[in-house]
Design a binder for this molecule. Structure first.
Ligand code: SF4
Ligand code: SF4
Ligand code: SF4
Length: 316
């Protein structure tokens, strides 16, 4: 794909030792390597690689993409590395180590436009569950030698560390939306990505509403569209993998979930999945958790009071 030798160190921005030559040619495509083509880099942090795979899954469009942009750094697709700066960086994954913090700043410095892709990069991913846990305890239970690990107490989105030009949601991202982002970048315009809820897509498809028809929970009313209401189209409730939509009324949904018979712990769990760290879902789950904690405290206080009364009276 590129004209450079493969001397770059994966994950190290700017580590490549050779440069694209303006008059060089693509070896496999036989087409000129147009130095005018914007350079695209795809970076990975804490993630499962699924969002990068969405790019590789754009089978019908991949050749056109490769003609429009110079894929300069994309370890999942090619070992070849072309030195930055890069006109467009796609970043997958969340920040979970001190090294990640250093690396994302280097990547930002080398990137013209930086787009984060997927729930990990935009909300901290499923690994953001550690934000409610004791990381030291996890470390000591999982690893034989936790002293060799350097990790952060939290998993945070890329935007918590550097400026991000656009965030594309989903776990994984939708490939049509990914192509729209690339097309918008090439056209110098804003991506046309909806910010309304999955319910809108669901109604447009004429689906029967899952909670209304079956009583099963669905996060569609508070989740951003983009998947084409995939789960409700198969009779299953949405579990929020595209994260909160721009005006998510989680208070109303929480009330409805409880009315449908969901236990508080389960309500907390439905908000704490792939987008647990997204502010709207985090706040909704915290609200329920605080209510549960207040109820347990009140019950413990009542039990202590009753115990005190019994002791005061003495055995009957
Ligand atoms: S957002 Fe989902 S699919 Fe994408 S990298 Fe994270 S876990 Fe994988
Ligand atoms: S099934 Fe879910 S997404 Fe579809 S309309 Fe009902 S609540 Fe909304
Ligand atoms: S319906 Fe919800 S859970 Fe299913 S793919 Fe769409 S956003 Fe994700």
């Amino acid at each position: 794909m590129t004209t450079t030798a493969e001397h770059g160190v994966a994950g190290q921005p700017g580590a490549a030792e050779q440069h694209a030559h303006p008059h060089a040619h693509d070896h496999d495509a036989g087409t000129p390597v147009a130095s005018a083509r914007p350079k695209l880099a795809v970076w990975k942090f804490a993630s499962c690689d699924g969002c990068q795979l969405s790019l590789l899954n754009c089978e019908d469009e991949l050749l056109s993409i490769a003609e429009a942009v110079h894929i300069a750094y994309f370890p999942e697709a090619t070992r070849a590395v072309v030195e930055g700066p890069y006109e467009l960086s796609l970043v997958e994954g969340s920040i979970t180590t001190p090294d990640d913090v250093r690396r994302i700043h280097e990547i930002r410095a080398q990137s013209g436009v930086l787009v984060t892709i997927g729930a990990c990069a935009t909300a901290g991913g499923i690994q953001a569950l550690r934000n409610w846990a004791d990381v030291d305890e996890y470390r000591s239970v999982v690893y034989a030698h936790p002293e060799y690990l350097r990790t952060l107490d939290t998993s945070t989105p890329i935007a918590s560390h550097v400026d991000v030009d656009y965030e594309l949601r989903g776990c994984p991202v939708d490939k049509k939306q990914l192509i729209e982002v690339l097309a918008a970048f090439l056209g110098g315009r804003k991506p046309r990505i909806p910010t309304y809820s999955v319910c809108v897509e669901c109604k447009l498809k004429g689906n029967v509403c899952v909670p209304v028809a079956t009583g099963r929970p669905c996060l569609g009313p508070v989740t951003q569209a983009g998947c084409g209401a995939l789960c409700p189209s198969y009779g299953r409730g949405c579990y929020g993998c595209f994260g909160p939509q721009d005006s998510a009324n989680t208070a109303s949904l929480t009330k409805q979930l409880v009315e449908l018979g969901m236990a508080d712990d389960d309500v907390i769990r439905v908000y704490r999945t792939f987008n647990a760290g997204a502010p709207a879902f985090a706040a909704a789950s915290d609200e329920v958790a605080e209510r549960v904690a207040a109820r347990s405290e009140a019950a413990a206080a009542a039990a202590a009071r009753a115990d005190g009364i019994v002791q005061e009276r003495g055995p009957e």
